[in-house]
Design a protein. Structure first.
Length: 311
């Protein structure tokens, strides 16, 4: 695939999907209301796909879907609230019909002070656990043989993860909290989740990959940076990707026939990337799966529906 792949760091979501007819296909995209999530949804819908656009509030989802048009259906999904995630999954299931891909795109970054919910630090909850719950709740809806799941990670974020990878004894941040470390941990968790899910779904023929969008301007992820870092980030904008460019890799993985059948890989700039060594730690990936399942299962009857496939 690498030798014939014409795409790279400056490709856009529209470019990687050019000429691909997605009529009759159904996609789920989280974080559809801004940045690369909105661009991913737009590119899929422009090629005829039906997209279920998920945002934290129904107002945000409706506003984003309204800009794209009739091919988009708004769904409220607060990834920090397992009840909201369960309700979103039930809404999508009630619409009937198989899903061709789930793009787990939404995220928060660099929260300056410790915030917890459901006994877990918020970046880990939103970026990883919320998506872990949503994807598992919808797995039986994903097409066997051709279905795809894309988990958005961050190669740059993973650099800041703790040496052990995941601080299982400090998921609530009680022992210590540092914004970059906890963001890095959550992004490593994204890549590990994709790795383990790929292993579990190999017999169903569903491709699961994680993706690094690259430094992208206009996403809102960097709103929580300190002033000196914001100034540095502003100065670097000329070298950053535009949102359509940032969305290219996940759009490629969600819908392009060029990457059909490739699973369990970490991607950047529309190509397989070696990522960081911790991404390949399958023991760590399996432990993360078990702990994630246990955290979600502690939250009662609605949460139980989220674990249909998480055995």
């Amino acid at each position: 695939m690498a030798s014939s792949n014409p795409f790279g760091p400056r490709s856009t979501a529209d470019k990687v999907l050019a000429g691909i007819d997605l009529t009759g296909k159904r996609f789920v995209v989280t974080g559809c209301n801004s940045g690369i999530g909105f661009e991913t949804m737009s590119a899929l819908a422009a090629n005829g796909a039906q997209v279920y656009g998920l945002a934290r509030s129904i107002a945000d989802a409706r506003a984003a879907c309204g800009k794209v048009g009739a091919f988009c259906t708004p769904v409220a999904c607060d990834l920090a609230d397992f009840d909201s995630v369960a309700a979103a999954a039930e809404t999508i299931r009630a619409l009937h019909g198989p899903l061709d891909a789930i793009v787990a795109n939404a995220g928060v970054a660099y929260l300056p002070t410790l915030q917890t919910r459901s006994g877990v630090e918020l970046q880990f909850l939103v970026n990883h656990l919320g998506h872990f719950a949503l994807v598992n709740a919808l797995l039986d809806q994903v097409r066997n043989g051709t279905g795809r799941i894309v988990i958005v990670s961050s190669r740059d974020g993973i650099k800041h993860a703790p040496p052990e990878g995941i601080m299982f004894d400090n998921l609530d941040g009680r022992r210590f909290y540092e914004p970059f470390v906890f963001y890095g941990q959550s992004k490593l968790a994204n890549a590990l989740f994709a790795k383990e899910l790929s292993r579990r779904l190999i017999t169903r023929g569903i491709a699961v990959n994680s993706a690094h969008p690259g430094a992208t301007r206009g996403t809102g992820l960097h709103a929580n940076l300190s002033l000196p870092l914001k100034i540095a980030r502003t100065a670097a904008k000329v070298f950053m990707k535009s949102p359509p460019q940032g969305a290219a890799t996940q759009a490629l993985l969600a819908a392009s026939p060029q990457v059909g059948g490739i699973t369990g890989e970490f991607w950047a700039n529309c190509r397989i990337d070696e990522g960081k060594p911790l991404i390949q730690d399958m023991d760590l990936a399996r432990r993360l799966w078990e702990v994630s399942r246990d955290v979600v299962s502690r939250h009662g009857a609605p949460a139980a529906k989220l674990l249909r496939a998480a055995a």
